[in-house]
Design a protein around this ligand. Sequence first.
Ligand code: HEM
Length: 180
Amino acid sequence: MKGIIFTEFMDLVEQKFGLDELDSILLEAGDNGVYTTVGSYDHRKLVRLITQLSKHTGIAPEDLQRVFGQSVFKNLYNTLPNNSSLQDCKTTFQFIKLVEDYIHIEVKKLYPEANPPAFEFISESKTEMVFDYLSVRCMSHVCFGLIEGCAEFYNQSLAITMDKVKSDGSQVRFKVELIG
Ligand code: HEM
């Protein structure tokens, strides 16, 4: 998993819970906290940090993943080159398709060791989009938060639901509805 995900996570923990809290979860997770944005690290280290933070704060790991997704969207977006496909993109639905067709593909080209999730599109109308999230990393709650962050960015109100297709969470069906 790319280091930017780790550095963003640590920034968020520091910002929301303070440096002491960040230090103690790193210590308890046996993690030295040395990450560079361009490096690559075992994604299980992130899972461990989330688990420790959950124990400390009493907030469910799923909720922590979701808040992380919401807050990391803008910063990931800001790493993108400002090309025409990005400028043409005006809605959350368009952006989700851009992530699958372009952004995550570029991530893999730039960093062959990266392994972002895949989206399989099932149906789409003007007001509703259904797609499956596929990843062995089972981070669908981060995905949920990223979609929320994306909706906020495009100033749209969405109702998002998700249902596991596979019980281990490696395939999850998202239904995203435009409201209002
Ligand atoms: C609606 C917007 C987006 C969604 C729903 C989304 C979804 C996700 C999820 C859920 C992950 C965690 C790994 C996993 O589940 O397998 C991930 C990883 C990642 N995403 Fe996205 N993403 C979005 C936008 C972006 C943008 C704008 C960038 C900008 C470059 C980006 C770059 C990455 C990178 C670098 C990783 C780490 C991959 C790795 O190191 O293996 N994503 N994405």
